[in-house]
Write a protein that binds this ligand. Structure first.
Ligand SMILES: NC(=O)c1ccc[n+]([C@@H]2O[C@H](COP(=O)([O-])OP(=O)(O)OC[C@H]3O[C@@H](n4cnc5c(N)ncnc54)[C@H](OP(=O)(O)O)[C@@H]3O)[C@@H](O)[C@H]2O)c1
Length: 254
């Protein structure tokens, strides 16, 4: 399948590495003007921009846990680009906080940081992007969820909860924004070969995790990027509110 996003303004959070980087590459190759955000990875983000090659692409510093920073970011973004055709809420964190082993402080910190980033951060991005999309009469939002929302995350319960919340939030927005010609979709990957999952995949559970899929492997970031692009494509409006699994048949929900 080839994609055509010629001259579309695409905004991807967490584009400095992993799935966000692969997604930025796919959209740039398909002709989009790509903006990526990063939190700490300024050097990585500039390297991604170089990889994207010719075309109009930019990177922005943005800490999603800071609501004022999100508001300020959109003022700058709108000055630079004027419109946002596609928003991809990809940035996220995955931090271990086992219920029986964590101190209460670590438990509280993990819940706060995880929800602020994965859920409220994405909600705030939708808040400002949807205002622009309503004024331009159309828009597409794709949010990166996780298999963990359905299967559970015993070592990272806040992560599972944040992604379940992201699903519910996105489906609510799909209803609220449909009259404005805006679609909201979710993709839900199982494990993906990125920095986020590297400790687990390179550790003692790596083989067991790969064996969860009958394909005997985890997803590649490029595969997730393709699924995001499908939902962001023209002609996919009526699937709004949908959640697409990408987990190599490792977890089949009904
Ligand atoms: N990898 C997996 O196995 C897997 C499975 C299911 C779902 N997912 C989801 O896929 C998405 C991408 O994951 P990934 O594996 O590509 O992760 P990754 O390699 O760890 O990259 C995460 C990205 O999010 C950014 N980020 C983190 N916290 C941020 C914050 N507070 N403000 C702004 N940006 C922030 C990071 O920026 P800096 O580099 O600048 O810190 C980085 O660009 C996440 O939502 C994740 O939950 C991943």
């Amino acid at each position: 399948m080839t994609f055509d996003f010629n001259n579309k303004n695409v905004l991807i959070t967490g584009g400095s590495r992993g799935i966000g980087k692969a997604t930025a590459q796919l959209f740039a190759d398909a002709g989009a003007n790509v903006s990526i955000t990063f939190r700490y990875g300024e050097t990585e983000a500039s390297q991604v921009l170089k990889l994207l090659g010719n075309g109009s692409h930019m990177s922005y510093h943005l800490d999603l846990t800071n609501p004022e920073a999100v508001e300020d970011f959109f003022v700058r973004y709108q000055k630079d680009w004027g419109s946002v055709d596609i928003l991809i809420n990809n940035a996220g964190i995955f931090k271990e906080h086992k219920i029986l082993e964590s101190s209460y402080t670590h438990w509280l910190d993990s819940w706060k940081e995880t929800l602020d980033t994965n859920l409220t951060g994405a909600a705030n991005m939708c808040f400002f992007a949807s205002k622009i999309m309503v004024s331009q009469g159309s828009g597409k939002i794709v949010n990166v969820s996780s298999r963990g929302a359905f299967r559970g995350e015993p070592d990272c319960p806040a992560y599972g909860a944040s992604k379940a919340g992201l699903n519910a939030m996105s489906q609510s927005l799909a209803i609220a924004l449909a009259p404005h010609n805006i679609s909201v979709h979710l993709v839900a990957p199982g494990f993906v070969e990125t920095e986020m999952a590297s400790t687990v995949l390179n550790g003692s559970r790596g083989d067991e995790i790969r064996a969860q899929s009958p394909f005997g492997r985890v997803a590649r970031p490029e595969e997730v990027a393709r699924l995001v692009a499908v939902y962001a494509s023209e002609g996919m409006q009526f699937t709004s509110g949908g959640i697409a699994d990408i987990n190599g048949a490792s977890y089949l929900r009904s």
